[in-house]
Design a protein around this ligand. Sequence first.
Ligand SMILES: Cc1ncc(COP(=O)(O)O)c(C=O)c1O
Length: 412
Amino acid sequence: MTELRSEFPALQLTLDGKPIAFFDGPGGTQVHGSVIDAIARYYTEANSNAHGAFEFSRRTDATVSSARAAMADFLNAERPAEIVFGPSMTALTFNLSRSIGRTLSAGDEIVVTRLDHDANVAPWVALEERGAMIRRIDFDPADCTLDMDDLREAIGPRTKVVAVGAASNAVGTVNDVAQIAKWAHEAGAWIFVDAVQYAPHAPIDVQALDVDFLAFSTYKLFGPHMGVLWGRYELLDALPAYKVIPAADAPPDKFETGTPNFEGMAAAAAAVDYLASVGRRFGKPDGDGRRRAEIVAGMTAIRSYERMLVERLVAGLQAIPGIHIHGITDPARFDERMPVVSLTLEGHTPEEIARRLDDRAIFVWNGDFYAVRVIERLGLADAGGLVRIGINHYNTAEEVDRLLAALGEIAG
Ligand SMILES: Cc1ncc(COP(=O)(O)O)c(C=O)c1O
C-alpha cells in the first residue's frame, strides 16, 4: 500500500529539503490526484447550474446523480436519494437538528456524549430552546471509552434522538454503534451517528448498523471540503425542512439549501472511486465488479494496513519517557480504536511539540480539536489540550519512525 503515497500530489512536496510527513488526517486528509482532476474536469466541461435545458446543465445533473450514487455505494444506502450534500458535517447536523426540533414536544429527551466533537453536541443542545431535555453520557478517562451502562440507562420512553460518534476525533475510541442503535430503537428513538472519524478508516454499512441518520465530511475522506448526511428515506421525507418555495419538496433536494457545490460533488465521487480502486488493487472484492464490493475491499485493506502502523506508533510512543497516551493502548483492543492517537509529554506544551515537529516537516495538530468536553474531562483544558497524531493509509512505517525519533529528541 505504500506506493499509494506517490498518488497524492501534496505529499510529494518538501520543506527545506525534508519530505512532508502529514499526520493531520483527522483535521483533513490530503486529496488523491484523481480528485483534483475531477474538480478541474467539472470546471472545464460542465460548469453551470442544475436542471437547465442545455448540455452543460445536463452534465451538472449527471454529476449530482453520480455523486449521490457513489456515496450510496460508500455507505450501502438503500438508494441515492438518501444522500444529502452540504457545506460541512456541522452545517448538515444543524440543518437536521432544526428540522427534528420542529417535531419535538417539551420534555422530549436527546442523548449526547462527552466523547463527541461539538458538531454532534451543539446542534442537539440548541434544541433546549424548543423544550428538549439534554442527557449527557460520560466516558472513562482511563481508556476513553463511553460509559455504556449510563448510556443504556439514559435511553428511555421520552428519548427522541441518541447522538453518538462512530469514532472520537480526539482519542480514537470506536463506539459500539450497532448496540446503541438497538437500544435507541427499543425505546422508539432515532440514532444519529457522526462518522467523520470512522469513514476514512473502515467500511460503513448503514443498513447493517441499522441506524437512522449518519453524517461525515468528504475532506477527511481524501476529497473536497464538503459534508454528507445520510438518512432513511422515509424519515427525510417526513421531516419538515426549512426551504425556499421553488426548491423540491422531496429529499434530498429539500435539505440542500441554495445552489450546491457541484465541483465538490464531482470530487467526492472521484474520492469514492479512488477507494474502490484501492479495493481492486489491494483487496479481494467479492462482488462481480460492483463498486460497493470494491469499496468494502478497499476499506478493509486500509483498516489492516493502518492497524499495523498504529501498533508501531503506540509501541514506539510507550518507549519514550514522559509520554502519556490518552485512549486505548492495548493492541488486543485495537479493534476498538481508530488510528487517531493523542498524547501529552511532561514538561512540554502540545503547541510547543507541534511547532518543533513542524520544524522537521512533520505535521500534527494540537489543542482541543473542537472535542471540548473530552479535553475538559481529561483535565487538559488549561494545559493546551493534546497532541494528536492521525494516521491514514498514505502514511508509511518510515514516517512513523521519523515521528517517533523526533518525539524522542524533543522528550530529551
Ligand atoms: C468527529 C468529528 N465530527 C464532526 C466534525 C466536523 O466536521 P465538519 O468540519 O465537516 O463540520 C469533525 C471535524 O473535525 C470531526 O472530527
